[in-house]
Design a protein around this ligand. Structure first.
Ligand code: PLP
Length: 420
């Protein structure tokens, strides 16, 4: 009896998703690919969009389109309000202290480039070090290589263990009196590893080293609280959280953003311009030169609203279940080896099949209507470290089902028959 009550109590607190119902919110999921029902398992590359987002963008262009922060007319006021409401929504999503700590950018890539150029470059000198990990996406490697090349600073790298977990001991050893900045991914896009970033930020801050977190793969799966994390910067992309492409977010602590020079010059980022000199606008506008992606920000606001209505805990629990199920069923297929088996993972299953190139596997799966990603996943240094040219990667979103994992497994069996 007691056990029964415990189960009931557990069920009461455990959030659950009505996946079949929420799938109806995503028009694209009804389409066929090559005559087969689409099974979309490439969510780490980009997520599909719910009707709430599509309709919000359509409505914005149909009823409110105007430029922001400039006009005194009604439409400009509406557009400005929509754009600024989006900022408030993002600040709440990340639990930022202030709305002005949210800068709208094109995506995680631009957010990282902004920090590299405006925060990293002026601070780094020859003899200094910049610390990243080997599991970074290229967008959290190349901007730092560029800054290091320009300043003479050295780029240091934290290795991973064979299972895809970060070597936290090596991380501690590489934090030195020379380290000026740490940039680390919250969740690996190639392996799904969730890094212990709270601990990593604590270790860096113990030495007064600021930390940028690349949250492109975390924001869709993990509840992010920048105040609890204490990170100095946090970057993510709208299109990976069910929002539109071309819009993303840089969170930065107010004191950093205020001290940083602008990244680009142009309209909106100024207070006054004479030919001799320019007085820059306040944050966040100082970093938003030119007409921003207004429809994108408003669409992102709708996406975050949708995600919060569904419940981020419920989404995370559902994806966890799918990942566990896929790990078990894909892992049982003869010749398949899972790549990345860290204890903490989020929504991503990378694997290779003996004797089969991942691209061929991806092509056979596509014929079955199953969309996965194959290749180096913009993480070539990680692939090199693991001794692999490429992997196949299935990544889950809120609308995926166990039946779709079954379709993936069947497709892999089929690929074995066809390709081996
Ligand atoms: N960081 C990680 C971990 C990613 O997975 C990605 C995209 O896949 C990015 C950064 C870059 O995101 P975007 O191309 O949207 O700027």
């Amino acid at each position: 009896m007691k056990r029964g009550n415990e189960i009931l109590a557990l069920e009461a607190i455990r959030p659950s998703l009505d996946v079949e119902r929420l799938r109806e919110d995503f028009p694209i999921l009804r389409r066929k690919v090559g005559g087969k029902s689409l099974v979309y398992l490439d969510n780490a590359a980009t997520t599909q969009k719910p009707r709430a987002v599509i309709e919000t963008i359509r409505r914005y262009y149909a009823t409110s389109n105007a430029n922001v922060h400039r006009g005194v007319h009604t439409l400009s006021d509406r557009a400005t309000r929509g754009y600024e409401e989006a900022r408030v929504r993002v600040a709440r999503f990340l639990n930022a202290r202030e709305d002005r700590e949210i800068v709208f950018v094109r995506g995680a890539t631009e957010a990282i480039n902004l920090v590299a150029q405006s925060f990293g470059r002026p601070r780094l000198r020859r003899g200094d070090e910049m610390l990243i990990t080997v599991m970074e996406h290229h967008s959290n490697i190349v901007p730092w290589q560029m800054v290091c090349a320009a300043t003479g600073a050295a780029l240091k790298v934290v290795p991973v263990h064979g299972d895809g977990e970060l070597d936290i001991v090596a991380y501690g050893e590489r934090l030195s009196h020379r380290t000026r900045l740490v940039a680390v991914t919250h969740v690996s896009n190639a392996l799904g590893t969730v890094n212990p970033i709270r601990e990593m930020i604590g270790m860096a801050h113990g030495r007064n080293i600021p930390v940028l977190v690349d949250g492109a793969q975390a924001a869709p799966h993990v509840k992010v609280d920048v105040r609890e994390l204490g990170c100095d910067f946090y970057a993510f992309s709208g299109h990976k959280v069910y929002g539109p492409t071309g819009i993303g977010v840089l969170y930065g602590k107010r004191e950093h953003l205020e001290a940083m020079p602008p990244y680009q010059g142009g309209g909106d980022m100024i207070l006054r311009v004479t030919i001799e000199r320019t007085t820059y606008n306040e944050i966040p506008y100082k970093f938003e030169a030119g007409t921003p992606n207004i429809a994108g920000a408003i669409g992102l606001c709708a996406a975050l609203g949708y995600l919060d209505d569904i419940g981020r805990e419920a989404v995370a629990a559902h994806e966890r279940e799918l990942l566990d199920y896929a790990t078990e069923t894909v892992g049982e297929i003869p010749g398949v080896r899972l790549v990345g088996t860290a204890r903490e993972k989020a929504g991503i299953l990378s694997f290779v099949m003996e004797g089969v190139h991942p691209h061929d596997l991806g092509t056979v799966l596509d014929h079955e209507g199953v969309a996965i990603r194959t290749g180096h996943h913009c993480a070539m240094p990680l692939m090199d470290a693991l001794g692999l040219p490429a992997t196949a990667r299935a990544s889950f979103g809120m609308y995926n089902t166990r039946a779709e994992v079954d379709a993936l497994v069947e497709g892999i069996w089929k690929a074995r028959e066809v390709l081996l």
